[in-house]
Design a protein around this ligand. Structure first.
Ligand SMILES: [Zn+2]
Length: 325
């Protein structure tokens, strides 16, 4: 039994139950706050929108959600606290940063450019501060470190972020979860994290379902890390039936103990409202906090995947990743 930090305080890893391993309560790409037409930030309203989208998970027995929102994608622990309290669901939040291309790096780059600080040390200090002291004045401590790299390359800055995360993970036992662009650079992320001292048992390489190659998946898994198939419903990038077929293949090959499933859904996106183009909306129609229960798990079962394997992916693996036992 280990203690896991949730937004409402520490709980026992035995109480995690069924876990969605990579979702977002709220998130937004940097820049929404500069759009004069953005909707105003109304925390009350945002929390109620999130609550509405989360409520349905309870019917499927979900007990806990890992919120993978890094600091620079408008993470809001106050909204998470409200949603957790009102929905009765554990929420584990992240310290960490997003990709160089899409995160908020101007401030750190300016400091490093002026010779004030070294990027890697400043990132490490920041991760450690949130892990040991909490996020801002909220008192909330993160339960995971989220790091991210861009498509088909890892920039020096992103490598510094991975190194800082590995060191903080090694020293505090906090697991590292990652963002890859459609699975690219998965093996490289694992190699850097492990090379910098992170325990493979505490690493989950994310968005791997974006890559349909079984051989590529096994290449990442051969490092001893876990992977997540966490974008079910984002069919704009890849159809769910392809993700499901690859997952069924990996399960048949005996990898149930190293895979987690989730949806990368966002309860509320900030910024300007509006509707998606018809073709896009059509490809995102199943995206929600409950797509895996409504569509993916039934399809896996039809493919011969057992209840036991599903439980391994949704209960046992997250417990081991988050709690180390
Ligand atoms: Zn995500």
């Amino acid at each position: 039994m280990a203690k896991i930090n949730t937004v409402l305080g520490p709980i026992s890893s035995d109480d995690l139950g069924l876990v969605l391993a990579h979702e977002h309560i709220v998130a937004a790409y940097p820049g929404w706050e500069c759009d004069p037409l953005s909707r105003p930030y109304d925390r009350e309203r945002i929390a109620s929108i999130c609550l509405r989208s989360i409520e349905p998970v309870k019917a499927y027995g979900v007990n806990s959600i890992v919120d993978a929102t890094p600091a620079d994608l408008s993470r809001d622990v106050e909204v998470m606290k409200r949603v957790s309290e009102q929905a009765g669901i554990n929420i584990i939040c992240s310290t960490g940063r997003y990709t160089e291309e899409e995160g908020k790096w101007a401030y750190l780059k300016q400091r490093a450019g002026a010779g004030v600080g070294d990027m890697r040390t400043e990132l490490y200090d920041g991760f450690m501060h949130e892990i040991t002291q909490g996020i801002g004045a909220s008192g909330v401590k993160p339960g995971v470190i989220k790091v991210a790299t861009g498509r088909s390359r890892i920039t020096p800055l992103e490598e510094a972020m991975l190194g800082a995360a590995a060191r903080a993970s090694r020293e505090t036992g906090t697991p590292v979860i990652t963002h890859t662009e459609d699975g690219t650079m998965g093996p490289e992320q694992a190699d850097i994290l492990i090379g910098e001292g992170a325990d493979p048992d505490r690493i989950m390489i994310g968005h791997m379902c974006g890559n349909p190659s079984l051989q590529y998946q096994m290449d990442v898994l051969s490092r001893g890390v876990s992977i997540s198939f966490d974008r079910f419903g984002i069919e704009l990038f890849l159809p769910d039936r392809v993700r499901t077929a690859v997952l069924a293949g990996l399960l048949a090959a005996g990898y149930a103990g190293r895979i987690m499933i989730s949806q990368d859904f966002i309860g509320c996106v900030f910024g300007r409202g509006g509707s998606l183009a018809f073709e896009v909306a059509l490809k995102m129609a199943n995206w929600s906090f409950i797509n895996i229960f409504r569509n993916i798990i039934p399809a896996l079962k039809q493919a011969g995947i057992t209840e036991e394997q599903i439980k391994t992916m949704t209960v046992d693996n997250p417990r081991r990743l988050l709690g180390g036992a």
